[in-house]
Design a protein around this ligand. Structure first.
Ligand code: ATP
Length: 326
């Protein structure tokens, strides 16, 4: 397994924000990390990249094993060597990763010169090769351009090129296309997934877009209020979601031919981290299947088909969003 996260718990100050989160991703796989805003996706990415310490986060339990190496207690200097070189991180606002005063080529070259020790000339050839693979036309010319001369979609590809320039084994992309229009989003997501297969690397894609998950992910981990609700192969999640929260998320996907105004969300909101509650199902207050047990006892993950599901009353049949009154 390329990366295996097991029972990862994380706090900022006294507030416990992640609670025994587990998932794994192998080479050639795309793992989707999904859930509504505030479910803990970004914090998980920051934990995996060792950056959570910079915002005062502390891993309080569990393990993160990357290619056989335990990362949860890795000192920052060692993490610095890993980040960028073996684990590349594309953040939510990737445009800010570009320096307006340097050419595209200089910025991408810099990564492979630093991490792969390439000469100036070899680095430029490497950059042009990556830009071409990302389907940037006239890559050698684009390499001589400045960020302001490129469209948003092009700039985003350049940021992905920077993530790829060091030949990382794992890419963690946190909502990498949020700032772009829908067609460009789809293109970039497809490019990323092709790269995973071609280069046999792993990708953890953080998104709230279940359509993207269905399109490119092999596995999916559904987070809710800092815990895993359901994790397993993507086909099962869409075919027979077992956790009512997963079913509700799928019920929110817009479908072709849907009447205007038919699109609904999940009633209620993700609880604040201050009110998470330890001994309950955190989704209980929004779930129509919930009973007294759900309000008093934490559901532990157990096998349901090919997935692990943390629910006292999992669904066994096809998605029934109407049963959830969404
Ligand atoms: N620096 C911080 N200090 C305290 N609490 C935080 C901090 N960052 C995040 N949180 C809390 O942790 C929880 C998870 O946040 P996180 O940003 O990981 O969610 P997310 O799923 O990535 O949401 P989004 O899709 O909006 O990015 C939220 O309750 C949030 O308020």
């Amino acid at each position: 397994m390329l990366m295996e996260v097991k029972d990862l718990s994380l706090s900022i100050g006294k507030v416990a924000l992640l609670d025994r989160v587990s998932f794994s991703v192998d080479r050639g796989q795309v793992l989707g990390l999904v859930g509504e805003s505030g479910s803990g996706k970004s914090l998980t990415a920051l934990a995996l990249t060792g950056l959570v310490r910079r915002i005062g986060g502390r891993i309080t339990g569990g393990s993160i094993v990357f290619d056989g190496q335990e990362l949860s207690d890795l000192p920052e200097p060692a993490y610095r060597k890993l980040r960028g070189k073996r684990i590349a991180f594309i953040t939510q606002n990737p445009m800010s990763a570009l320096d307006a005063l340097k050419t595209i080529g200089d910025q991408v070259d810099q990564v492979s010169r630093l991490h792969l020790g390439l000469s100036r000339k070899a680095a430029r050839a490497h950059t042009v090769d990556i830009l071409t693979r990302l389907r940037i036309p006239e890559a050698a010319t684009v390499a001589r351009a400045y960020p302001h001369q490129l469209s948003g979609g092009m700039k985003q590809r350049v940021v992905i090129a920077m993530a790829l320039a060091a030949d990382a084994d794992l890419i963690i992309a946190d909502e990498p296309t949020t700032a772009l229009d829908v067609t460009v989003q789809a293109q970039i997501v497809m490019i990323l997934s092709e790269l995973v297969k071609k280069r046999n690397i792993g990708l953890i894609l953080i998104t709230h877009d279940m359509g993207v998950v269905a399109q490119i992910c092999d596995k999916v981990c559904v987070l809710y209020a800092g815990r895993v609700a359901e994790s397993g192969p993507v086909w099962q999640l869409f075919d027979t979601p077992r956790h009512p929260y997963s079913a509700a998320l799928i019920g929110c996907i817009p479908r072709e031919g849907m009447a205007p105004g038919a699109l609904k969300g999940i009633p209620g909101t993700v609880p604040s981290a201050l009110n998470y509650g330890a001994e309950c199902c955190r989704f209980a207050s929004r779930c129509t299947r919930a009973d007294a047990l759900c309000h008093t006892t934490r559901p532990l993950p157990h096998s349901q088909g090919a997935a692990l599901v943390a629910c006292h009353h999992p669904q066994g049949t096809a998605a029934q969003p109407e049963a959830l009154d969404v």
